[in-house]
Design a protein. Structure first.
Lengths: 443, 443, 443, 443
């Protein structure tokens, strides 16, 4: 399957996964961890998505660029991505700074291009210099075929290949927009234009190419923030100086180098934004999978845990939900459109609706968790207590929700803001990592 | 926790896990695999139980003795139990023979003692000879505290320490029975005596020791087949010549050496027998766990798989069941007292009752398994088809059960025997590994 | 470099490395170990040669076929060849029998074809059956380009590709000889023919092809025992029934299938024969390397040891010799045309000439080995004592040679045979593994 | 051997290895790498010394604190120290900052105490908080028995245990000096006092204790910068605020807490200073080993390389030298009191005296390195050319020294300073990593 590019050429490709900004768009999930370490689908981390994709394509010179090294990110990567002694590959985390200091803005990566610029010297060592850089956003979810994109880049002898996804007119303000010819040559780039931008008519997808004919209801090519760049070109376009690729390096390259479009017509979503992150999780629970997880060629890698089967200790009703290993579910449970994460503990008589329960990093200390979960107990240090009703919520890792709580049941009353012990964003309740909620709390 | 014996002493203990006989008692699960490789709890192998127990106790000189090396056993062990370069430990599989040959009885291990005898030279290499041998049966399930047993062995300066479990009179015929004094000294041993054996009165548990006072309803100490033996003693008692420990070496040692009882009062079951194997699985599904799987100190290790959460793609009723990762469940499902193994596929409108579904080694090739499972499809190469009713059954790995099947619903009609495409043992239906059952089959 | 065949095709190739016969030709090195485990070049094992070659070519479905699993072979392979979780590859040892039993000839592999025949069912598991089998002899040394051979096999759409090396007339009796046309099509095969075999004239290398023009002084193509065979063809030709490929399967295939020659013009030696094994080691010490060990693309893999630099603790003269890590050399040493293996201990005033010292598996217990080696000590449990003169010898692992010994100095007196504590074969003295030689022994 | 402290207690000890300052004292070896990554003994890194010591003692919660993450340090640690899934241990690198920025002093660790203070929050995660911190300097070499020190710390119920080494009066200005009673209680601390400091007489080693009686010629206890500190005490003493332990936290703790001396009477050297670093290497080559490398219990761990034996391709004279694996030595070579590092290439007719050749990270691209090294060639991209004379020098990694060079032969002419292409420090010539020196250069 992964045969369109030879291993020798792949060995000369450096992959840079951009961990994203300070993570404010995913706040408060990023309060205590770096963005790439945010738990995805109840058992992965965000960074596993891009890393797994590259590993399946046997692109093994991997670098994760992040603002800071959370201990959990480092540990996760060191434990999960251990290449054997017979590969030349490896994985490195490059952080703008290890520790957060007041009033010291300069040490952070100021944007995607700035991150690459500041770390560029790290990619030039060794006797074999890299020939191409594959730059991927670490907070997106899609099945972009990076191998096919690389084959296309080589076949077209491109300086810069940019992945594009068809977008609607109303999405223009969130995307960089590409002007491409019938041959796929990109000659212009507008960063987040308004719908009445005078140049926009020239940016409509042409109808000549095969890719252009599909999804005609989406008249523009939006940049996915995924680039393949020839090493010597990268060095030049970074000199342009803008902090972000979209605001400087890409338009500069479009005008000065041979930039080609690589069309991606499948699922594409930026889950680095809180509401999309939540939405994608609920949709996954309901069976709409952006990645075919149930297939060995597209599975996601993550840290090896030694966990038992999910246990339904009593009688439950489960509808359109995902349940991760190691979970223990009490009697008379109702799960609907929910994702129950690793080692989750949900005591008897609870109902979860449109809820992403991230699970726990460890089990509460008890000799017989299945039994107490089934009968209900106030003594478990973490997990969801008996008789809770939860909807429209993200419960972060290692929380203790007391019995009888009511969370997110009335969407009309959910006003955005940070409250004592929880936050509400875009109508979704977030209980931060490690929170303790007293019994009978109503949110 | 594991501190009663020092690492240096532990390094001088060789662990021998006896894979058991030719596996006839677990037939037909052992038709295509060696006994230690039989799938346990839908995601482990039998051998993981004893190995994990020893590893938690940091006893790391591990040997698995088996009649033959099934490829799957070897692969499983090599992939799962990789010690790092900083340990002195290691794991070896020693097989009586690699390949089965007609009319050649001699090459097999004739019993537990014969297995140890034939392989004894394998344990003497290296500059540091072993001082003690811990011999464990590989087909039992219990939480025997091997570290405490070793500490006891050392504290008592015993030649031979034998683990005992309290048993009822009616269990006598299945056990070796120990005669122990108030101090725990064992001075006699009867292998599977009848209830009217003249010496039995002397074998009743004495009431002096603390352990003896517990579980008074079980008047005898049955041997668990778990031994700790001083190296030089082992060599001597094997010269006795009997094929099994119980039939010769143990009674010989009881009379000639200082043999001490190590009392084990917790759960104990021999799951190397088919009906117990099935029964323990159903009881686990119903919440009666012989091992505290939901605790990091007693978890079982197994092969690292990269699998997504279990998916309930429609509306299901789940009662007292265990569901392993990677499973995909269709709409309108009923699970009760069942264990659904790794990568199981169960299409819509099925019901499982008292069923151990072992799961699959791979996914059927399909772009969207969750969708077809939910809507029903005849095209999936493995898994349970739509609208099946299954009870009292073990479905081995990689089976394809056509839609509309009725299996094991009427226990009265289940007569033991091997039939075309399935077997019935003790009233339990077994569908062998990789079987294909046509639609609407009734068993 | 390794690009001529795609990873997908490589995944469908099973590699079978034939560990060879009972190892009598390497006796007594094979007295206590299986042939693939014989130490090569003082720090590797024989089996590392073929395995490393395949791994460099990314052929990762590896099987080692051996008569019996020596514990050391298994341990070596399990520790050395650990593929990561991101590869589909794996390595298995398949042994004819685990334990040697008197008067039971049938259980052994009777020859190369018999070994493959008896294990054939082991290669058919999994959802993706193998399409080609690469069969390599495990006791040869050469730089056969297995990737190029595979590319050739595919390009020619061959059923059976056989590697050939040019040989002299006087070598005929040791080789299978190929009859090939200008196109490389092989149409005949003679197993070890005499020089006056009537068909031989038809077997002379034709002069049409490019390969045929090289090394004209060697008029025949000898089979290297390296085959690439289409899966379905293999199954058929094994039915022919002969124990060895050369005596049956290959001539049968030459007549019934499309068999192509893959010419190999570089170094080729069978080191499964004692005198060649010795000879190749001395030649390596003298700088004639059959494999380019000093290059990262052709390096050999072996077990990771944690060893310090080789130490020359006094003043030494070293001429055309190889010195492995962890060795400690005493004062006033003379090394010439010798190979000093891992952790070797050679005390002061010794001289080694044309000697292959295999080294030690562990260090003698001493606080300051460098010091006592330099000053001389009778108390070291292993190693070469002070003031020894050794020539024309193989000293196997973990030997203790007392001080003042004289070994192999006078070739005329070395009569072949097994003696008390040593053997002489073809004029070479062998001290078996773990031997203790008293001081002042003269051989 | 490592039994004085139980594994459970060890699990609650966090080890912090202080990578040291900006590395100016080792300049220019630290020009392109962080201090812990400086090559030690031709095949290790400085950080391997402390890490190996802790791992042998089974202290596995390891943290390396460094000013910045050189890519090579990270790669080295990730590849070398991979604990298996059965351990709770792990290793983290914590860097003051990833990237060097002008005029931004604050982001660096200002000293040993500052480094611990700034990273303290990183050690508090998990459900089991650490109870003790073992703080070790990463640039020292000694065989401090950390396990015995921990046992001593626990037995004395100390708040703070400090390792001390006997020192001479003239060493006072380089050490923190301890005032200890007969019981080992430390009640005072002077940081680098002058020899006429008025309090010094009270600091002389008392003669009551067993340790105090040894090495009477060294009248003071110098601090080795190795501390064992109770977790809650550490937090308090760091509040004292000084950048270094010696300048503030230690004297504060000596006055306010129960501080105990742990006497270390063996070898001790700070090799974070250039001249000592060089001196220790030459002494090792001459056989004076600060660590017993030739013993499996005290060996150093390092990255697994796949390298062939060291080759002496011609006739050489080797005296009191260490030769690392993978090296290729030409004809007519003279090595004396020198250390030849990994993959070193030294062409014919060279002599090395008191030289530490660090070796190479890769081989020059050539089909037959042994041959050209033996005959001499101008075309090898790295290594020492033919006919060079080198003395009193450190040649860093990957240098190319042209033929006929004369380096460091006349100590009188070696004036300290940085010159074009080399430096001289304390009479030692340093050729920086990757330098190219023209033929016939004279230094």
């Amino acid at each position: 399957m992964h045969d369109s590019v030879s291993p020798t050429v792949k060995r000369k490709v450096a992959v840079l996964i951009l961990g994203g900004g300070r993570g404010t768009r995913l706040y408060p999930l990023t309060l205590k961890r770096s963005k790439p370490a945010v738990p995805f689908a109840g058992r992965y981390r965000l960074v596993d998505i891009a890393l797994s994709r590259c590993i399946h394509a046997r692109l093994l010179n991997l670098h994760v660029l992040t603002q800071y090294n959370s201990a959990s990110l480092h540990l996760h990567i060191n434990r999960t991505y251990r290449f054997d002694a017979f590969n030349k590959g490896g994985i490195q985390v490059l952080a703008a700074s290890q520790f957060y200091m007041q009033d010291d803005r300069e040490q952070w990566f100021l944007g995607s291009a700035d991150a690459v610029r500041k770390t560029l010297n790290h990619y030039s060592q060794g006797s074999e210099p890299y020939q191409h850089f594959l730059i991927l956003a670490g907070d997106q979810i899609h099945e972009l075929d990076v191998e096919a994109m690389l084959a296309h880049h080589l076949a077209e002898d491109a300086d810069f290949t940019i992945a594009g996804t068809p977008i609607h007119g109303e999405q223009l303000s969130k995307y960089g927009v590409l002007k491409s010819s019938v041959t796929g040559r990109v000659s212009g780039f507008l960063e987040k234009p308004s719908q009445d931008h005078p140049e926009l008519p020239d940016f409509r997808r042409s109808v000549g190419s095969k890719a252009d004919k599909l999804q005609p209801e989406k008249p523009y090519w939006g940049s996915m923030g995924s680039y393949l760049i020839r090493a010597e070109i990268l060095r030049d376009i970074l000199r342009e100086g803008s902090p972000d690729f979209g605001s400087g390096a890409v338009p500069y390259a479009a005008h000065n180098y041979k930039m080609m479009l690589y069309p991606h017509l499948g699922f594409f979503e930026d889950i680095g934004v809180f509401e999309t992150f939540f939405d994608v999780h609920i949709r996954m629970a309901e069976g709409c999978l952006p990645i075919n997880l149930y297939h060995s060629d597209t599975s996601l890698y993550t840290y090896r845990r030694e966990l038992p089967p999910a246990m339904f200790s009593g009688s439950s009703s489960v509808e359109k939900s995902l349940v991760v290993e190691g979970s223990v579910m009490g009697d008379q449970l109702k799960l609907k459109s929910s994702l129950v994460g690793v080692r989750s503990i949900v005591q008897r008589d609870c109902s979860l609706y449109k809820t992403y329960l991230m699970g726990n990093d460890f089990y509460p200390c008890h000799d017989n968790i299945p039994q107490v979960v089934n009968t209900g107990s106030k003594n478990l240090e973490i997990g969801i207590g008996a008789n809770c009703r939860i909807a429209n919520a993200i419960i972060d890792k290692n929380c203790s929700i007391g019995s009888g709580c009511r969370i997110g049941l009335d969407p009309d009353k959910l006003k955005d803001g940070d409250y004592q012990g929880y936050s509400i964003h875009k109508g979704i309740v977030i209980i931060p990592k490690g929170s303790v909620l007293p019994s009978n709390t109503i949110i």
